[in-house]
Ligand binder design. Sequence first.
Ligand SMILES: O=C(O)CCC(=O)C(=O)O
Ligand SMILES: [Fe+2]
Length: 211
Amino acid sequence: MRQQEDLFSSPGALAIDPTFASARRTALDATSWVELVPGWMSGSECLFDALATAVPWSQHYRTLFEQRFLEPRLTAEYRSLQRVPHDMLTAAAAALSKHYGVEYDSLWLNLYRNGDDSTGWHRDRFSCRKPECIVPVLTLGATRRFQLKPRAGGPSLSFAPNSGDLIVMGGRCQQDWVHGVPKWPEVIEPRISLNFQSSMQAGRQRKLAER
Ligand SMILES: O=C(O)CCC(=O)C(=O)O
Ligand SMILES: [Fe+2]
C-alpha cells in the first residue's frame, strides 16, 4: 500500500497528460500543421533509462543518391505494441489514438547517442501513404533541434523539444514538408525519439524492409 502511494504521489512519477492541456497548434500552411505538447509526459527520464537498455538498438546502412552510408543514429521498431518493453508505451499509444482519432499500432524508435548523431531532411513516406497523416513524435532525454521546411523551398522552422515533449505533424505535412534533426556537436547527452505509427496511415502494401 505504502509503495503504491509513493508511486502515484512522487513528483518524478512517470505519467502522461490524457487531456493534452498544453497543446499548441501552428498552421504551417493552409493544409499542414504542427502541434507542440510541452511536458506531455512527466518523469520521462525513467522511461529513457528503461528503453536505453531494454530496446535492441541497431545501426543500419542507408542508400542516398546512390551512396551507401552508415546511418548516424541507432534505431529499432516494434511492429506490434504487444511486444514493447514498457507498459507506458502502450498507454501513450492509447492516449494518442484516443486524442487524435488514429489507431497507433506500431512504434519506431531512434537513439541519438550524442550531438554527432542526426537525421537528414526527409518525409515519413513509408509510414504515411495517405495524403493526410497525424504523426506524433515523443522526445526522451537530451534536447535537440527538430526542424521543418516546405518541400517547395522556403525558410525552415525550428523547435527544441525537451524530454517529455510531444511534437505532432499533421495534415499534408508528410506530403508538402520535410523534417529532420540536425547535428548539434555541443550536445553530449543522448536522446531517444518515439515515432508512433499507424498501419491505417501506412496503407496495406507496407513491406517488411521498408521505412
Ligand atoms: O527524432 C526525431 O525527432 C524525428 C525522427 C524522425 O523524423 C523519423 O525517425 O522519421
Ligand atoms: Fe521522420
